[in-house]
Design a protein around this ligand. Structure first.
Ligand code: SF4
Length: 160
């Protein structure tokens, strides 16, 4: 069996930069939505919906979480996203929030984007994941970010 090429830190960083360009491209699309910051979509028990993320998105979110000095995700018992700050009700990784958080708007904000409006960007995220050697497809946010945090810690420990 052919041995898989292990990505260097630089290669992984370049791929995560590509994830950011997908987010930037999305922000530049002329699709009108008006998020009222009600944060209902950040309360998974309330909506019954959990964002699914690619590995690239999860690694980017995990890096942002680590950059704020935190190592692991907090357990939440009220069904809120662990990134939602319980004190001020804001996302603590806002600039690195996943694609689903940027496209699945609630009815009050104008409703979710149609898949056809962003399909090319979804395909781009999938392509980045192939290059990150992810065969599993998108996974639930907390599961994917927890694994990404573990991966980052393991890399750091290996580098010592
Ligand atoms: S990552 Fe941020 S925007 Fe997305 S559900 Fe969690 S708190 Fe909300």
């Amino acid at each position: 069996m052919r041995k898989r090429h292990l990505l260097s830190v630089q290669e992984e960083t370049a791929l995560l930069r590509e994830v950011e360009t997908v987010y930037e491209e999305l922000a530049n699309r002329p699709i009108e939505r008006f998020c009222l910051a009600r944060t209902n979509c950040c309360r998974f028990k309330l909506t019954g919906e959990i964002p699914y993320v690619t590995r690239g998105e999860a690694l980017l979110a995990a890096r942002a979480w680590r950059a704020s000095g935190r190592k692991a995700l907090e357990q939440t018992s009220d069904g809120r996203c662990p990134f939602l700050n319980p004190s001020d009700q804001r996302c603590r990784i806002y600039s690195a929030r996943p694609f689903a958080c940027r496209t699945h708007f609630c009815a009050a904000a104008g409703g979710p984007y149609r898949r056809s409006e962003v399909l090319d960007l979804i395909r781009h995220l999938e392509d980045i994941d192939r290059r990150l050697h992810n065969q599993c497809g998108p996974r639930p946010l907390v599961t994917a970010v927890t694994e990404a945090l573990r991966k980052i810690t393991a890399k750091e420990n290996g580098a010592r």
